[in-house]
Design a protein around this ligand. Structure first.
Ligand SMILES: NC(=O)c1ccc[n+]([C@@H]2O[C@H](COP(=O)([O-])OP(=O)(O)OC[C@H]3O[C@@H](n4cnc5c(N)ncnc54)[C@H](OP(=O)(O)O)[C@@H]3O)[C@@H](O)[C@H]2O)c1
Length: 328
């Protein structure tokens, strides 16, 4: 079988297409014949070696996979079932989805949700699932469209585009925040944003609180942008912290939390409990299916093209989601 495998080198790690045996995959009682995977920021970190994602090596890359069960010792799955795995430490400590086969414990597998094709599950992938999870966390904490506008940062990224689409579809007024507001503003409006602003427009120059303009936020960027956002959220609004595209450090004060009751909600899709996963996937497949799935995931590539796309993601030059057709 072929796989993009991450190995140690004298200068860190490198990744390449390798031949290996199914018997050498990480343990599990379900073997999946992969059809599609997708490329997320984390995949780009792992494949370019710019982030320490693969915590053991050699290890197959790919945090997502959709495919068909080949063999199963788990009563819940039979050969021929179409299934999906996202997160669960694929490409971190378990062999991942950029490979012709993946072997995992059945507890990590969900059946392909009715209403989504296998390609569509990977067009969404961890990015779409995480945007769905952020909205679930916010709405579980009483966020509603009537509360007012919601910010989405890193809006041209995978998580960001789905967050814009999903929020707009649910009736939220969305303000997209993008460094590419000029070039991609029209595109983001097509996805559902009402306004598109640059991160600079939210800068508070170190002030601990600004005007409480926004009802909530989904943030993929972190660092100063997240701190500035927390300080401009209305009382009892929610900020879902998803990413660190702008850096991991968060320097803020307690003011937004103690004077406005703002909630900073953590989103960790990797270990999202299976019961939540099924609910979130069912929503993504049903009434809240993104309206612009094909537009967002405009590119489908084969394994050999993954490396070039990952370089573009790391350079911040990629717009739109990339699906990987494992058998192309
Ligand atoms: N917590 C979780 O479970 C989870 C799940 C998925 C992803 N993530 C994290 O969420 C983030 C986004 O993931 P993704 O897959 O959507 O990545 P992506 O497609 O590469 O998008 C990231 C976006 O962030 C913005 N950005 C990139 N570099 C930046 C910088 N240096 N400063 C400010 N903004 C920058 C860009 O948007 P603009 O150019 O439009 O501003 C970019 O499109 C990543 O940090 C990823 O690790 C976390």
């Amino acid at each position: 079988m072929k796989a993009i495998r991450i190995v140690d080198t004298d200068n860190g790690t490198s990744a390449d297409i390798t031949d290996m045996e199914i018997a050498d995959l990480s343990d599990g009682n379900v073997v999946i014949r992969s059809q599609y995977s997708s490329l997320n920021f984390k995949d780009a970190l792992a494949i370019t070696g710019k982030g320490k994602i693969a915590r053991k090596r050699p290890l197959n890359a790919g945090i997502d996979v959709a495919g068909v069960v080949e063999e199963s010792d788990d009563d819940r799955f039979a050969p021929g079932d179409e299934v999906v795995v996202t997160g669960w430490f694929l490409s971190e400590t378990r062999d991942g989805g950029l490979a012709e086969y993946v072997r995992v414990p059945g507890d990590l597998v969900i059946k392909r949700p009715d209403g989504l094709s296998l390609w569509e599950t990977m067009a969404l992938g961890t990015a779409g699932f995480t945007a769905g999870m952020a909205i679930k966390r916010m709405e579980d904490n009483f966020q509603t469209p009537a509360d007012g506008p919601v910010l989405v940062t890193g809006a041209t990224g995978g998580v960001g585009m789905f967050a814009v689409d999903l929020l707009a579809r649910r009736g939220y007024e969305v303000t997209a925040v993008s460094r590419k507001a000029d070039a991609e503003g029209d595109f983001l409006k097509k996805l559902g944003a009402t306004n598109v602003i640059t991160p600079d427009a939210l800068d508070l120059e170190g002030k601990p609180l600004g005007k409480p303009v926004y009802a909530g936020a989904i943030d993929s960027v972190g660092a100063d942008l997240l701190a500035n956002i927390c300080a401009q959220i209305q009382p009892y609004g929610n900020v879902a912290a998803i990413g660190l595209a702008g850096g991991p450090k968060l320097s803020t004060t307690v003011m937004p939390f103690i004077l406005r009751g703002v909630s900073l909600l953590g989103v960790h899709s990797v270990e999202c409990p299976q019961a939540w996963r099924e609910q979130i996937w069912a929503q993504l497949a049903g009434e809240h299916k993104p309206a612009h799935l094909q537009t967002i995931a405009a590119e489908t590539v084969g394994l050999a093209e993954v490396f070039g796309v990952c370089d573009k993601i790391m350079a911040g030059e990629n717009t739109g989601r990339t699906v990987v057709d494992i058998n192309a």
